[in-house]
Design a protein around this ligand. Structure first.
Ligand code: 4NP
Length: 170
């Protein structure tokens, strides 16, 4: 039986560091688990300064060290289109989540990436590595990898009913 894919949108500030990593890692883990076709995976930034650019070279390098090729070109959040298309709006930090809510995202679809990991409840933000060094990218990669693994376990389809269609907000 075929079912409509579940839309998962990862959101950070610039869409050149954290959310492209989360998109790439989630897609890679889903592929490995044989459930890639169940998901439409994308990412975006709340800001548009880097729109049209490839991911930060440090993010590309850390992903490649872990066997993942990042190919996306940065884009800015498009509330009307994205809120009608993605079931899960997964923010990298609380500021990104606040931005989504202020832009009109349905509250029940906004989630922090680290909230999927019970042990991370004390620290819910994926730190922004942009102004730091390469070490920061490895740390961020590890946080993103364990969070995406937990997210995938929660969102991967059981043999239940298909994902219901989205109600358009507003
Ligand atoms: P990201 O990182 O939100 O993880 O893509 C950043 C990228 C660019 C900027 C800030 C954070 N910036 O200020 O240009």
């Amino acid at each position: 039986m075929s079912r409509a894919p579940t839309g998962v949108l990862f959101v950070c500030l610039g869409n050149i560091c954290r959310s492209p990593l989360a998109e790439g890692v989630f897609a890679h883990l889903a592929e490995r688990r044989g459930v890639r076709a169940h998901f439409e995976v994308d990412s975006c930034g709340t800001g548009g300064w880097h729109a049209g650019e490839p991911s930060d070279l440090r993010a590309t390098a850390v992903a490649l060290r872990h066997g993942i090729r990042l190919t996306r070109v940065a884009r800015q959040l498009n509330p009307e289109r994205d809120f009608g298309r993605f079931h899960h709006l997964i923010a990298m930090d609380r500021s990104n989540a606040r931005h989504l809510l202020e832009a009109g995202a349905p509250r029940d679809r906004v989630r922090l990436l680290r909230s999927f990991v019970p042990d991370d409840a004390h620290d819910l933000d994926v730190p922004d590595p942009y102004y730091g060094g390469d070490d920061g990218f490895e740390t961020v990669y590890r946080i993103i990898e364990r969070s995406c693994a937990a997210a995938l376990s929660e969102l991967a389809p059981a043999d239940g009913p298909p994902t219901p269609p989205l109600n358009r907000p507003g």
